[in-house]
Design a protein. Structure first.
Length: 365
């Protein structure tokens, strides 16, 4: 298999996975954001649970470093069923290898800032680390420290998990020698400003994220609190080793519809690209109850889990959840021995490899 074919397969599988789990992950983000607010009125238990969650999130926002692990709590069979329910085109169904890969995938993230996270802007962040792992091992790791971006990938593990061979180092053409360290799974580093400059020149630099003014943010938060106070049911329970569990339950479509109704008067204050869906757009959204479970230890938030299986509305989807685990973590550091590559070496290496397909032919039989 050539590098071009390998890259095309990689993109196709990635698009398949994104199509299959996009709705569920979007739902998770919405549910997590909505259920993480505080209850403004209700029973004593509601007040107590809402206040504890408020305090836990406020404490988290005051930290200068946050580490968390995101786990897609599912199995390969459920992912295949979820993919089938999205009616993929013939030949674009999720491969078994991809379903198995994502069923055990974990994403670990650490961000470090000079200021508390709630006060931080882009220029305040001094370090970031992201690692994607599977049950077969680490797949790729990415760090931004100081002036450099560091990258390491286990292409062999990735190739086995995805079900196709990867290019061999010995078959690299001379022009692609810069890729040797990458394919060997070693750390390489690239000047971050050089990457940004090249992205801008190629027209691939991402557009600035839409922002909200402070007044609109405050009004949105007030609308969120009112909606949660009316629609969300909070309960508390003790856990192991003195931990405390707070569950927040609400019917999904009702919750989202009510919240959007509260904020529609603010639509004119939203930046471009943040248009609100209409009530008609939400008619097909499931109205089953969704529960988010928050674990607190000594008042600190340590885990959030959301069960999404019911939102799939597919009896074959038995297990589908999203779990976020918080930890103290370690400050991101620059890996020792990283080989510095220029962006020209990276792009030139891939270009040379992709035009010399005969050198990358593998016996895939």
């Amino acid at each position: 298999m050539s590098l071009r074919q390998w890259s095309r397969c990689d993109r196709t599988d990635e698009e398949t996975v994104i199509t299959a789990i996009r709705k569920s992950l979007t739902a998770a983000a919405v549910v997590g954001a909505v259920l993480a607010g505080s209850a403004a009125c209700g029973t004593v238990e509601q007040l107590s649970a809402g206040k504890k969650l408020d305090e836990a999130f406020e404490n988290l926002a005051k930290e200068k470093q946050i580490s968390f692990e995101l786990d897609l709590d599912t199995d390969a069979r459920s992912l295949k069923a979820l993919d089938a329910s999205s009616d993929p085109e013939p030949g674009e169904e999720m491969p078994d290898e991809v379903a198995d890969l994502f069923s055990g995938a974990k994403i670990s993230v650490t961000v470090q800032s000079r200021k508390p996270i709630e006060e931080s802007g882009e220029k305040d962040y001094v370090g970031m680390a992201l690692k994607i792992s599977s049950k077969d091992g680490d797949l790729t790791e990415y760090r931004v420290i100081g002036d450099y971006t560091y990258i390491r990938s286990d292409v062999d593990t990735l190739g086995k998990a995805m079900g196709f061979p990867v290019p061999s180092v010995k078959d690299l053409p001379p022009e692609a020698s810069g890729l040797k360290k990458v394919l060997e799974g070693e750390w390489v580093k690239i000047d971050t400003k050089e990457v940004e400059k090249t992205a801008a020149e190629m027209g691939t630099e991402p557009a600035p994220e839409p922002t909200l003014d402070a007044k609109t943010q405050k009004r949105l938060l007030e609308a969120l609190r009112r909606t949660i106070a009316r629609e969300v049911d909070f309960k508390t329970a003790g856990g192991k080793d003195g931990s405390e569990h707070i569950t927040a339950t609400a019917p999904f479509r009702t919750l989202i519809t009510k919240f959007l109704g509260e904020i529609r008067p603010l639509a004119k204050n939203l930046p471009p690209g943040m248009e609100l869906p209409t009530d008609k757009d939400l008619e097909d959204a499931p109205d089953t109850e969704v529960t988010a479970d928050f674990t607190l230890e000594d008042g600190e938030l340590t885990e959030v889990s959301v069960d999404l299986a019911k939102l799939a509305e597919n009896a074959e989807v038995k297990k589908l959840g999203l779990v976020v685990r918080m930890s103290e973590g370690q400050a991101p550091t620059a890996p020792a021995g990283a080989t510095e590559l220029s962006i020209d070496e990276v792009l030139g290496g891939f270009g040379a490899a992709m035009t010399d397909e005969d050198a990358f032919l593998e016996d895939a039989a």
